[in-house]
Design a binder for this molecule. Structure first.
Ligand code: PGA
Length: 253
């Protein structure tokens, strides 16, 4: 089902006290101010998930992890598996964020495994894709992003694929203050939806939730979300402030 979702990716930020305070504020504001069908997800550092789960319980704010390991268990020191995340009762996990691809060497094949590991535990993978500045300026960037989907997702059967959320995040717009224009976002989202339709058919493509991420903030969110193929946002820096994050969610109501 195509959904409206705004997810906050805190990345490696916030101490425990700060995480508790931010979550308490967001839960309060969202419960008081947000109506309608928009799903709200916070992706804090995994170490905080159990405690934050107590704050979000019974609220309309869900939780997601920022990463997972592809194996269910075993000798993988320092890693967190999808059965562990599922046992916390959380709903989502980011897969293939560009920072994971760039700094941790995550490639298409590994991300296919991580996506399958998430789906096997009933978690919704938020699969991140996007092109670099060099690719945008000098190459067929649409083909590059489509190829990321093909390589990591298109082995899934239709039912599995129906549980994946896509997040298009142009790398040149992440944390840079350079947002894609709403036209650039709409063009890529439409191209990805057409690519999905060519493989899975138009019904599944129409039902796929595609989020935009990359310097989305309370000023530009409404314009981005007004694009017909932009279903919501994956928000980094602006998700670290409760008022701004809530305002972005309200732009998606
Ligand atoms: P940004 O990050 O909003 O700070 O650009 C988005 C993301 O990396 O998910």
């Amino acid at each position: 089902m195509r959904k409206r979702i705004v997810a906050g990716n805190w990345k490696m930020n916030k101490t425990l006290d700060e995480a508790l305070a931010l979550t308490t504020e967001v839960v309060g504001m969202i419960n008081d101010e947000v109506r309608g069908e928009v799903g709200v997800v916070l992706c804090p550092p995994s170490v905080y998930l159990p405690l934050l789960g107590k704050l979000t319980e019974g609220s309309r704010v869900g939780l997601g992890a920022q990463n997972c390991h592809q194996k269910a268990s075993g000798a993988y020191t320092g890693e967190v598996s999808t059965p562990m995340l599922a046992s916390l009762g959380i709903g989502y996990v980011l897969v293939g964020h560009s920072e994971r691809r760039q700094y941790f060497g995550e490639n298409d094949a590994l991300l296919a495994e991580k996506t399958k590991a998430a789906l096997a535990e009933g978690l919704v993978p938020i699969f991140c894709c996007g092109e670099s500045l060099d690719e945008r300026q000098n190459q067929d960037y649409e083909a590059i992003v489509k190829a990321q989907l093909t390589a990591s997702l298109f082995d899934l059967n239709a039912e599995e694929f129906g549980n994946v959320v896509i997040a298009y995040e142009p790398i040149w717009a992440i944390g840079t203050g350079l947002t894609a224009s709403s036209q650039q976002a709409q063009d890529m989202h439409a191209a990805l939806r057409a690519h999905i339709a060519a493989h899975y058919g138009s019904t599944i493509a129409d039902d796929t939730t595609i989020l935009y991420g990359g310097s989305c903030n309370e000023k530009n969110a409404a314009e981005l979300f007004a694009c017909p193929d932009v279903d919501g946002g994956l928000i980094g820096g602006a998700s670290l402030k409760s008022r701004e994050f809530t305002n972005i969610v309200k732009a998606r109501m």
